[in-house]
Design a protein around this ligand. Sequence first.
Ligand code: SF4
Length: 458
Amino acid sequence: MKTTVELSKTMKAKPSRHGLSYFVKTFGCQMNEHDSERIAGLFEYDGMLKAPDIDNADVLFINTCTIRENADDKLYGTLGQLKKWKSEKSNRKLLVGGCAAQKDKELVRERAPWVDVVIGTHNLTNIVNLLNQSEDWGPITEVIDEIESLPTDAPSIRESEVSAWLTIQIGCNNSCTFCIVPSVRGPEISRRPSDIVNEALAMVNSGVKEITLLGQNVNSYGRDLKINGSSKPYFTELLTELNNVEGLKRIRFTSPHPKDFKSETLSAVNDLSKVTNQIHMPLQSGSNKILRKMQRGYTQEKFIKKLSLAKETINNVSLTTDIIVGFPGETDEDFAETLKVIELARFDAVYMFKFSTRPGTRADLMQTDFIEKSIIDQRFMQLKELQTEISHSRYKRFIGTEQSLLVEKYSKKTTDYMSGKIDGGQTTHISSKNVSVGDFVKVIITDATPFALTAELI
Ligand code: SF4
């Protein structure tokens, strides 16, 4: 749904593709979703309109990911299917960006020569220029390795009217062995706090009520900024500054790293009225042996200590995590350690992934330790069953309680219901009779499944 256009102060070029339509297909994480909003903004500033689907698009941008399962296979499979799409109309343009483009560079066009533009993650804002160049001179690949900070004033089209991503940092300084991010997104670069606050103000002025601060490692935000030579916890300061933005109702953030959580940040989450009581703490594995192999920088014991601190510090905290099942070398005993932490932690939700290798990562070199697929599948089901039970019991704690609900959209299945999120991030459905998108209302929770809540207006 097209809702908001933020026009760049610096972009002066005249729109040149009036009447054409575009579609952006996104794979992967929130960072990619946010990049896609920026690409949509650049296309609309160039005069194009969003197509309802790929079949109706003249220009198609595939924003790729290398993190999730079989990402490479999915990308090249998708590009293979799009050969026919491309050949159906002579003026169609196929563009590929994101992490896989950054990693594979020329290989993308070697494997799919019908692609017109391959663009890396560091020069996304050049997409319209590259599209122009491909029209004049033919297919082009422009992937740069130098890191450029995301621009603060590029146009952007948001998917939601009321809830927006706000990038505070790009890149990552960690070196988790399963992750391609450090090599395709580069080291951490933090945006200036004033730029972030200004963007938040502009968002509020355009109707946004909730922002989610976005970065690969948000709670290490600001370490590269060296503001006045101070060693203060910048992320906490940033939360405090954003809490003062008038008109803003809620602040969320993702993804933090467990090892970088400071007690000051947890206290700020509890104390600052607009920062929600929701913490995502990606565990990945409960086994110390596997955590070492992943190079996560913490042990099971340290993770549990941080988790306990979060529970003690933040009233009614909602905790979520990520788990990778079947990392190379994971034995039944290692997996039992993961289940042990899951039972102990009682997360509201667990985002589960089956390990699948990414070329270019150090985990890819652990091939002799790879686990059989059938074992991974079986462990995955075991984890899923356990967590579904825990999530259901966690969600049931809300029944009968009063909550604040930000109404975001109509339910996918019926217009009789709308959905949004309560403070803890749980998806909540409510009858559409008395509420509209953007309403920030008091509700009472009446029912719970393992994945969502139902509420009535108070
Ligand atoms: S913290 Fe680890 S998993 Fe997260 S982006 Fe950085 S390297 Fe990847």
